[in-house]
Write a new protein. Structure first.
Length: 170
């Protein structure tokens, strides 16, 4: 087994199986829930260019023996020093190996290299695995965690990267 990270684009053919599976997962969990207001489907919301370094973003795949087994991205969130995480995903056949955490740590390190101090993200209320992942990796929930997740449409989190990096260095 040989794992490595590859910085690329969502349009890379290596990313297609992972993105297709993620799209199916969103459909199975949410169906038409988020389209009730006439908005686009989740995977159609963001142009691939937003995840390019030229636009302040990045897209990474975790490859094992040349096949994408995980991945994720970030894009510029606003005009400050915040990036927004998107599409952190592990192929269903490769789960329970800590791969999503590895992708998350890689994205955090890359965001720091690109000058970001803070990461922001939202996950859906029907994704308890994602909630657990972010809480385990030091993200702060920006919602009342004592309420049922269904209370919210989106569950926002943040993490201050420079503070975390300084703590690790100490």
């Amino acid at each position: 087994m040989s794992d490595r990270f590859l910085y690329t684009t969502p349009l890379d053919p290596l990313a297609r199986p992972l993105i297709d599976e993620l799209s199916q997962e969103y459909e199975s969990r949410y169906g038409e829930f988020y389209q009730q207001d006439g908005g686009p489907r989740e995977m159609d919301k963001y142009a691939p260019e937003l995840f390019s370094p030229a636009q302040g973003g990045n897209f990474v795949l975790l490859l094992r023996d040349g096949q994408a087994i995980g991945g994720g991205a970030f894009k510029r969130h606003d005009d400050t020093d915040t990036a927004e995480l998107k599409r952190v995903w592990t192929h269903s056949a490769q789960r329970r190996q800590g791969l999503a955490g590895r992708v998350l740590q890689e994205l955090e390190a890359q965001a720091l290299r690109q000058g970001y101090a803070r990461l922001y993200l939202t996950t859906g209320f029907r994704q308890p695995e994602a909630v657990g992942l972010y809480l385990r990796h030091g993200y702060t929930a920006l919602f009342d965690t004592s309420l049922p997740h269904e209370t919210y449409r989106h569950l926002p989190f943040e993490k201050w990267l420079r503070v975390a990096a300084l703590a690790r260095a100490a």
